[in-house]
Design a protein around this ligand. Sequence first.
Ligand code: SF4
Ligand code: SF4
Length: 455
Amino acid sequence: MAVNMEIFHQFLGQIAHLGERAEHVDLPDEKRVALAKEIFHQNIKAEQAGDLESCMHCGLCAEACHFRVGTGDPRYTPARKFELARRVYRREIGPFRWLYRLVTREITIDDLMEAQELVFDSCTTCGRCTLICPMGINVAGLVTTTRHALANAGLIPDDLAAVEQEQGSRGTVFGAGAEHLRKALERLAAQGLEAPLDKERADYLVLTSVVDLLLFNDQLASTVKLFNRLGVDWTFRSNAYEGANFGYLAGCGEVQRKATLRVIEEAVAIGAKAVIVPECGHAYPALRWEGADLYGKPLPFDVYAISEFLGLLVQQGELELDEALNGKVATYHDPCKVGRHSGVLDEPRAVLRKLGADLREMPNHGLLNWCCGGGAGLFVINRTVPLRRAAFEIKKQEVESTEAEMVVMACGSCRLNFIKGKDEMGLNGEIVSLVALVGEHLVRKSEPVASGREE
Ligand code: SF4
Ligand code: SF4
């Protein structure tokens, strides 16, 4: 299950030059400011207005953020990351705008550039600060609104913009398209692992992601093994296989909408009862929590993160795994978007226990898990390397305090960041994908998970 480090370094080499491919939007500064403000006016409704009115500057969120704690730099305090939104709200949207116009200055292009570093480089929208904030302010939500505002102003950082533009125009990510999926499946077939592709009807539409195709073939192979073993009616579709959504990450609404609708419409066309999202942290909320809004009505199928699906199978006694870990000490890293944001906390742990692991929790785990520092698109923004290292140092200490022989996760982006962190800073313990681990230890044919779920 070890990743080929030569391929990994080639992948990093590609990422290092992403920014050169970005198409720049040429606009006068005043126009950029106006475009950014347009989004704040559209998006700040009652909920975000309440958040912007509620901050009492207590500073407690400073201790929650891995970038603030890791660097010690007060600039990265979460409350500062919604300062731009607050200024526009106070001057132009809130009930006391007539007063704030007298005492607050108009935002400028310099303010947009300062916000760019705060909301793209130093926030993984992990949501940890919201748990610590006595007012429960959804900082990640305000950061996302600010990302959308900057995207509308043509101010997405180049590296991230290049990937978002590629997905928007060609539908591929890092050059990986349907042809890559087909070839990857042919390679698996040559090893005796057949996967259905483009079935016209299927109960389960299974997604994969670019990192599974290019780097983490063990995740792809194990997913195929799992669904074949379950004996359910499933398929990949070459028109909708990609779980990653760089429009969602970059704040580009149109690219997000297109990528999400592609999956939804394909799932509807084949009559899928469920869509299975691969080990890609943001892919899950992008479809599960935002999909229905973009579709304009409730989704006519269930959406499961694969770690959630595996856990449900285990909890319902429908997935037999050998206990091959045999007391091996393991710890589980919760991907923020699947764990804290979506509540998938018990399911992956049930799988690890079923495998016979001696599960040792990090001091901060579950809802309070520290982000690894590479999510929300930061992994592709090259200038964030020092910030990511500072954040990973916290994670490394948490992992090593458990003395685990393996750290298991269910997010390809976290896995990328962990491998890079280990490569540069060292880390005791093997870095392992949950689904890959399951694929190694399936023991017998099981029945499908019961359809439907309480919402
Ligand atoms: S959402 Fe996470 S990364 Fe962003 S400010 Fe809050 S704690 Fe920091
Ligand atoms: S903890 Fe909440 S109220 Fe306090 S400064 Fe941070 S965002 Fe504002």
